[in-house]
Design a protein around this ligand. Structure first.
Ligand code: BGC
Length: 768
């Protein structure tokens, strides 16, 4: 391992990652000075946000209105400062974005940072600029515990305030339609209800700290390969029932102040200039009152973008041209963008800033409360790690405590820390970040038959190390670590051990997809050899996506730990030794192989250069989402495919029984059932209910996660959101629940059903 660390490496790599071809930009016109307003009536907190916005907007000059719709890339930008109106760089160092305020009217600047997994530190890590790294959002989704999603969001919001940010570019929710997606770890799985609830709660948590959170990337940015040019082609009904339903639910629950439109095209039209998506669906059908900001480099026009719904160009110096600078002024003068449209953009931005507290509660810089925040990260990890296999109750490790006991830990840099995903969401975790691994692969050109390689990047490991955490829980044992580089040696060590824990890693990141779902390198071979030498082998996987497991039959136990964050090692150790009873459930299907997926290879990959995101060299290409709304387990069910592990699956150290399912249908569907702990120790059960409409495919319609004592039974009642039973009628723009008999299944996963029922529903319609 090349253990050369550190700041310089991060800087250069992030600079390469974040910097696009920056062209010289004309300086924006300086706002004209208007006499100060004596009484700033809009500062009256008792007024409604729309009224306050109207009051302040009436004072704005044309130039000032234009200032508010155009933002700057916050990070160093190769030292350039000419992007700022007065030549002075004002963004917080290392941050993602900055939109100048209007001090004379007390309008604060927007100070923006990434994002969903903690306060990211961009390209300019400086001592003391660390933040608590939450586990990946996919892990949070695996908790199926909306309170934890809220707590994580609130933790991030609180840290953001203390670092001076008032906008978090959080709320990643693109459905895991393409499990190989490089950002699968930043999102919340494959089901619209689970994703919508979890992302919505995280956003609510962040915004309760009186800052704005985005939801992103709107929409169908479901793969990274060719993300700047690919077109996600899908019918209106299918997108409304899948990817857009996830956004719709999350927006209702979390009320994000801003929506970030995505890089890709949808049905051939770029998301940030997509009238159907932005004007018709988001602002029209859903009545969204916040503002639409662009992803960094996702704007392609002035007139189309402005008229079709984009309200703010986030980082004009990332876009190919300065679309919302002088060009917007000219379009307004020429009347190709109506003046009223500029007023609407500005109104949306200002009313959101009032509504979310940016005027009344500006962030106050102070040190983060790392102790409290790490506890949030640990609880999340403890509930989101999924126990996938536990043959002969190998776990929890419970052998007699004797110094002669030998626990061998192999691979995965488990002596250093746990893995995190790469890209703009990267948090520099708190603690003594041990080593930063710089891969030397480089940007690789690949032909149709070649496997793409991982691009150059910095792998950041979160402390503490699993080795240290395991040792602290087993001080009586002889715990040894071996890096696994020599498979024969690893097997020999396994042979003389009482128990072996192999740490397996799959690094993923923004801007590239993994070529397949196998563990990279020779890890599959390593695990097979170790398990062959000692069946008491536990595999702890740190991955951004589902992975395949050719060695599954040989090993004793498997834990999917995702990217478990800044207290991930502690959570893993506590699960291994039984201090925590695992309760995570898969938010994404684990296929047996890529051949089971709707697309056996990532579209566009054959002509891909494995380049970093903004240097995307793809020519435009189409991806036809012919599976429609059948994403993930719905695809598997519709094709009668048996996955390696189904959506919703996860084991516990106790056992549960779900029974006495009763359903009341008619106009609305309510289900009632018993959840019982039939085992010998306390544990958290997650009962899931799936409904199958007449002629349709099963859909998750609700779940209940409960902590149950041994022998305890609780009766639970859930009322279903009727959209989950409906199909979308694109002509009438309505959800329609068809009259008929609906199959209901109560179970511990989408495939393990313990009780069923049939319920009759009346026909009904729901307005979006
Ligand atoms: C990512 C966004 C992120 C933005 C700012 C983009 O490359 O797609 O998710 O918020 O950069 O860092």
């Amino acid at each position: 391992m090349n253990g050369k660390c550190a700041t310089a490496a991060i800087l250069s790599i992030f600079a390469a990652f974040l910097t696009t071809s920056v062209q010289a930009q004309p300086q924006a016109a300086a706002p004209s000075l208007v006499a100060p307003v004596a009484a700033q009536a809009w500062m009256d907190k008792s007024l409604a946000p729309d009224i306050r916005a109207d009051l302040v907007q009436a004072q704005l000059t044309h130039e000032e209105e234009l200032t508010l719709v155009r933002g700057y890339f916050g990070a160093n930008n190769r030292g350039r400062t000419d992007a700022y109106p007065d030549g002075i760089r004002k963004a917080l160092p290392g941050s993602a974005g900055y939109v100048a305020g209007i001090p004379r009217l007390s309008i604060p600047a927007l100070t923006e940072s990434d994002a969903s997994l903690g306060v990211a530190n961009g390209g300019e890590m400086r001592p003391g600029d660390q933040a608590v790294a939450l586990p990946s959002s996919l892990l949070t989704a695996a908790t199926w515990n909306s309170a934890l999603a809220y707590a994580g969001g609130a933790m991030i919001g609180a840290e953001a305030r203390r670092k001076g940010f008032n906008v978090m570019l959080a709320g990643g929710i693109d459905l895991a339609r393409e499990p190989r997606g490089g950002r699968t770890f930043e999102y919340v799985g494959e089901d619209p209800l689970l994703a919508g609830v979890m992302a919505g709660e995280a956003i609510r948590g962040t915004q309760d700290q009186r800052i704005i959170s985005t939801i992103k990337h709107f929409a169908l940015n479901d793969q990274e390969t060719g993300r700047n040019t690919m077109s996600a082609n899908i019918s209106d009904a299918a997108m409304r029932e899948s990817d857009l339903l996830a956004f719709e639910i999350a927006i209702e629950r979390g009320d994000p102040g801003a929506v970030m439109c995505s890089y890709n095209r949808i049905n051939t039209v770029y998301a940030c200039e997509n009238d159907i998506l932005l004007n018709k669906i988001l602002k029209g059908d859903w009545g969204y009152k916040g503002f639409v900001l662009s992803d960094w480099g996702a704007v392609h026009s002035t007139v189309e973008a402005a008229n079709n719904g984009l309200d703010q160009e986030s980082a004009y110096n990332f876009d190919k041209e300065d679309y919302f600078g002088a060009a917007l002024g000219q379009a307004l003068a020429a009347g190709t963008v109506p003046q009223a449209r500029l007023h609407d953009m500005v109104h949306r931005i200002l009313r959101t800033m009032f509504a979310k507290g940016l005027f009344d509660n500006p962030p106050v810089k102070k040190p983060i409360d790392a102790g409290a925040d790490l506890a949030v990260a640990q609880r999340d990890a403890e509930e989101g790690i999924v126990l996938l296999k536990n043959a002969k109750k190998l776990l929890p490790i419970s052998f007699v405590k004797r110094p002669s006991r030998r626990i061998t830990i192999i691979g995965g840099y488990a002596d250093l820390g746990v893995l995190s995903g790469g890209g703009s969401s990267q948090v520099i975790p708190v603690g003594n970040v041990p080593e930063l691994e710089v891969l030397t692969g480089g940007a690789v050109r690949m032909g149709p038959d070649q496997k793409p390689q991982i691009p150059t990047g910095t792998i950041i490991l979160s402390p503490p190390s699993p080795y240290a955490a395991i040792r602290s829980l087993a001080p009586w044992a002889r715990v040894v670590y071996y890096d696994g580089s020599d498979i024969a040696k690893a097997a020999a060590l396994a042979r003389i051990s009482d128990i072996v824990i192999v740490f397996a890693q799959q690094w993923t990141g923004e801007g590239w997809d993994v070529p397949d779902l196998s563990l990279p390198g020779n890890q599959d071979e390593l695990i097979a050899a170790v398990a062959g030498a000692n069946p008491r082998t536990i595999v702890a996987i740190e991955s951004g996506t589902p992975v395949t497991m050719p060695w599954l039959d040989k090993v004793g136990a498997v834990l999917e730990t995702w990217y478990p964050g800044n207290r991930g090692a502690n959570a893993i150790a506590r699960i291994l030794f039984g201090a925590v009873n695992p309760s995570g459930r898969l938010p994404i299907t684990f296929p047996q192989s890529e051949s089971q997926l709707p697309r056996t290879a990532i579209p566009g990959r054959e002509r891909a250069y494995m380049r970093l995101p903004l240097e995307d060299t793809h020519s435009p290409f189409d991806v036809d989402y012919t599976e429609g709304a059948n994403v993930g387990y719905k695809w598997f069910k519709s094709k009668k495919l048996i996955p390696l592990f189904p959506f919703g699956f996860g084991l516990s150290y106790t056992s549960f029984d779900f029974s006495r399912l009763k359903a009341a249908g008619g106009a609305a569907l309510t289900v009632t059932f018993d959840m019982r702990n039939t085992g010998k120790r306390e544990g958290m059960a997650t009962a899931q209910v799936y409904a199958t409409p007449p002629g349709g495919v099963a859909r998750l319609i609700g779940w209940s996660k409960l902590d149950l004592k041994p022998g305890e039974t609780r009766r639970v009642s859930l009322t279903t959101d009727p959209r989950l039973l409906a199909s979308f009628d694109s002509e009438a723009k309505l959800w329609r629940v068809a009259a008929g008999d609906y199959g209901l299944a109560l179970g511990s996963s989408s495939a393990d059903i313990s009780a069923g029922a049939t319920v009759h529903m009346d026909a009904s319609t729901i307005k979006p």
